[in-house]
Design a protein around this ligand. Structure first.
Ligand SMILES: [Fe+2]
Length: 259
């Protein structure tokens, strides 16, 4: 089995308006993330972009995002997987990132990399912030998992099936985790990979690990659990998929080495 290196950008929240809040500049953070990867010589096989890619679902930000990934030496050669989040809009997402017509149905995809199967699911509910896997999406997942993949499967979706300790975020989780658990039970799913909470967390669904990536754009303060308190800063996830294990590592964007 090969080693697969994946980089996860989640909750990029690109904004044509610049700063979303004082000190919160998603575009600058994405640029910083790409420079960081380039400086360290990180060349991922796959880049997972797990939702909330444009803050208002605007087509111009999607095009800017795709262009930035294509222009960066770190990501230009990678297989890119775009997954929608609750801030995204299916129509503009499809036309700007997937090169499709502006359809409004769920965006579900199967992407392969050297025997590793990535099943990317649309957990969004148009007009709402919580997540739900529609019957059509669950059927897509079941069909995708019918036969095992040579190097196993990663299931990727924006909304985690696991609750955040931050109460208002937990209310916006995937609202039918049991359906997801039943769909993946007995299949070759190695890890479920999500975003949405803007903080790192590890959980499980049945016997399958769940990874929740922090956001590149801004972070949620996990020392406060009764409200979502925004913290300037950002991070991405490095995923090393080895023969018998998957390791998720948070890479912070503001690294100041000791002098
Ligand atoms: Fe987000």
């Amino acid at each position: 089995m090969a080693h697969h290196l994946l980089i996860q950008f989640s909750d990029v929240h690109l904004s044509v308006g610049g700063e979303l809040a004082p000190g919160v500049d998603p575009d600058a953070n994405l640029a910083r993330a790409l420079v960081l990867l380039e400086e360290e010589g990180v060349a991922p096989d796959v880049v997972l972009c797990t939702g909330d890619l444009a803050n208002e679902g605007e087509e111009s930000s999607y095009r800017a995002f795709a262009a930035a990934l294509l222009a960066s030496p770190a990501t230009a050669g990678a297989t890119i997987v775009f997954v929608p989040g609750n801030h995204d809009r299916r129509g503009s997402f499809r036309t700007a990132l997937l090169g499709e017509g502006p359809g409004e149905g769920p965006i579900n995809q199967v992407v392969w990399h050297d025997g590793l199967r990535i099943v990317a699911l649309d957990s969004t509910v148009p007009g709402a912030d919580h997540g739900h896997l529609a019957p059509e999406t669950l059927a897509f997942l079941t069909d995708a998992l019918r036969a095992p993949a040579p190097e196993g499967t990663l299931v990727v979706l924006h909304h985690p099936p696991s609750p955040s300790p931050i109460a208002p975020m937990a209310q916006l989780r995937l609202d039918n985790p049991g359906d997801l658990e039943r769909a993946v039970a007995g299949a070759d799913v190695r890890t479920i990979i999500c975003g949405h909470y803007h903080h790192a967390a590890a959980g499980s669904l049945g016997k399958i690990p769940v990874w929740m990536s922090p956001s590149t754009a801004f972070l949620g303060d996990t020392s406060v659990v009764d409200e979502f308190r925004l913290v300037p800063g950002g991070a991405l996830t490095r995923l090393d998929v080895h023969e018998s294990e998957v390791v998720a590592t948070v890479v912070t964007l503001a690294i100041a080495p000791c002098p």
